[in-house]
Design a protein around this ligand. Structure first.
Ligand code: TRP
Length: 336
């Protein structure tokens, strides 16, 4: 049986937090090790430009995110790990697809629609601060996916629509020109934990309630101490299923340790104690990765080399596909 080609992009904005780690990084790294999978994981740095126009931040986030994935155990010799901006064929394909994608389809993309709605609510011009990048970003995403003929695209719920658009665009191209593209499908894993943040809502940069992933142990401890709890005293039984502390514990503990902590909650463990144990567990689970992360962040050349090698490994596939696509649309040498 041939392997499934599984591809996903990581937008290089922000600094990864525990929620990203548990909800996205850890499961994707695990999946990339499966023998039935040919994994393509890439740093979507062109996508980052849609959200961020500060060059220093763009550069720094990309480096941090690359280091985070590698430090978290992604093996660049097994999975294909590359930077989108190192594969110029992606932007080349993006333009060709743009000329074949219906504008009406893009009008329905939810990121664009949300921006317009916000403007309307604020009494602004509907397209205020909407760039062409934001508007046509599903086409870039289609190019990311189609350039490597991916079968499966693991994404969060909010991205299903974009993968369906990629499929739509591919289908239309195959029909109008030549069947060059594999039709991709979105894969959503409902079992992945959505971590709660400090205030009990979903952990998200938007809410400012995150716990850092590879900062110093001191910062980790400080964040954990800020997790919101109820006012129950030590000795009073606590409901583990209603606690962010327990949820975080569960995301890192083995089955036995999870059962023990559940019991400790029912026996009335104090919040201070529970948080101290939680800090120790997470600090220990992430300690080695954190060291690797720090080492990579102080050695950017090594990171750069890994990514250059990653680009080299996949680029010939992109070049081959583009040759077919160019020919299909009529961009041909005169001599033929
Ligand atoms: N847009 C995706 C996100 O914000 C990231 C992404 C870019 C992506 N290109 C992709 C995901 C291609 C899957 C396939 O999460």
């Amino acid at each position: 049986m041939s392997k499934r080609r599984v591809l996903t992009g990581i937008t290089t904005t922000g600094t990864p937090h525990l929620g990203n780690y548990v909800g996205a990084i850890r499961p994707a790294v695990a999946a990339s090790k499966s023998p039935d999978v040919d994994a393509y994981l890439f740093l979507a740095d062109y996508h980052a430009l849609i959200k961020c126009q500060n060059p220093e931040t763009v550069a720094e986030s990309s480096r941090q995110i690359a280091a985070t994935w590698l430090a978290s155990g992604l093996d660049p010799n097994k999975a294909h790990f590359y930077r989108q901006s190192d594969i110029p064929e992606i932007t080349e394909l993006c333009w060709i697809l743009t000329c074949n994608a219906a504008k009406g389809l893009m009008n329905r993309a939810h990121a664009y629609k949300a921006a317009v709605q916000q403007n309307e609510e604020a009494g602004e011009d509907p397209d205020y601060a909407v760039t062409m990048g934001l508007f046509s970003y599903p086409v870039l995403m289609a190019a990311d996916i189609l350039v490597f003929n991916a079968h499966d695209v693991p994404v969060g719920r909010d991205q299903i629509q974009h993968v369906e658009m990629a499929r739509d665009i591919a289908q239309r191209f195959n029909h109008n020109f030549k069947p060059v593209f594999t039709l991709p499908q979105a894969v959503v894993d409902d079992n992945v934990a959505v971590l709660q943040g400090l205030d009990g809502r979903k952990m998200s940069k938007t809410y400012g309630n995150t716990i850092p992933l590879f900062e110093t142990p001191k910062k980790l401890q400080k964040a954990i101490n800020k997790i919101k709890t109820n006012l129950l005293e030590p000795g009073e039984p606590k409901d583990p299923d209603d606690s962010t502390v327990f949820q975080l514990w569960s995301a890192f503990a083995c089955d036995d340790a999870r059962a023990e902590m559940r019991e400790a909650f029912l026996q009335g463990i104090g919040w201070g104690d529970a948080k101290k144990k939680l800090f120790e567990l997470i600090d220990q689970s992430l300690g080695e990765s954190r060291e690797r992360y720090q080492q990579m962040m102080t050695n950017p050349q090594q990171l750069e080399d890994v990514l250059q090698a990653g680009a080299k490994r996949v680029r010939s596939q992109a070049t081959e596909l583009l040759a077919e696509v160019r020919d299909a649309v009529g961009l041909r040498p005169y001599s033929r």
